[in-house]
Design a protein around this ligand. Structure first.
Ligand SMILES: [Zn+2]
Length: 196
């Protein structure tokens, strides 16, 4: 179930990360933003599509940075996509098929996560893959934060940093330099395969 996380730090409770752009924003406001965006788009989808400009217009009395971030998150995670006619919701099974690493070693890391001992290689490889597939840093970061949570990687421990966001900050140079992912993905996948 989609839990309306903070679009910046991904918390689903009242405690935001210290450096979150929406620190101090109440849960109810965040949820409201998701509901406003999704319900406005869904209402239009019955007989057409709504452009991003029309969406902003429709919600102009409340549109702001939070709404921008919510829309960005919904798009980065393929809950919504932009077509020539406008924004449209994406069915769950389509979403899972789209834009996921599928090469054997990287697919395994994306699906099952990483384990202590190969975090560096796994995260390096996944960030490189995103960079090569045209995800900008904000999108890469969002998807990687989701990955930490979904795969249980953060829960397995083994990081010196205090949060997934801090791990990613320390790995941002990988995205900027555009290394290849293959070698490091294979090294990490063999560790994951023998331990999970
Ligand atoms: Zn936050």
């Amino acid at each position: 179930m989609f839990e309306y996380p903070c679009p910046d730090c991904f918390t689903t409770n009242a405690l935001h990360d210290a450096d979150c752009r929406f620190e101090g924003t109440e849960r109810a406001r965040i949820e409201r933003a998701y509901v406003d965006v999704l319900s406005t788009i869904l209402a239009e989808t019955a007989d057409g599509r709504i452009s991003e400009a029309d969406l902003r217009d429709r919600l102009s009395d409340r549109w702001g940075p939070l709404y921008d971030a919510v829309l960005g998150r919904l798009t980065a995670h393929h809950y919504l996509r932009e077509t020539a006619e406008g924004l449209e919701p994406v069915a769950a099974d389509t979403r899972m098929d789209e834009q996921e690493p599928t090469a054997p070693s990287l697919g395994l890391l994306w699906e099952r996560g990483s384990v202590p001992g190969c975090h560096d290689n796994a995260i390096f490889a996944l960030i490189s893959w995103h960079e090569l597939h045209g995800f900008d840093w904000a999108q890469t970061r969002e998807r990687m934060l989701e990955w930490f949570d979904r795969t249980g990687t953060w829960a397995r421990g083994g990081f010196e940093e205090s949060s997934p966001a801090a791990v990613l900050s320390n790995k941002r140079h990988v995205h900027e330099k555009g290394y290849g992912w293959k070698e490091k993905a294979e090294m990490a996948a063999s560790v994951v395969e023998s331990s999970l």
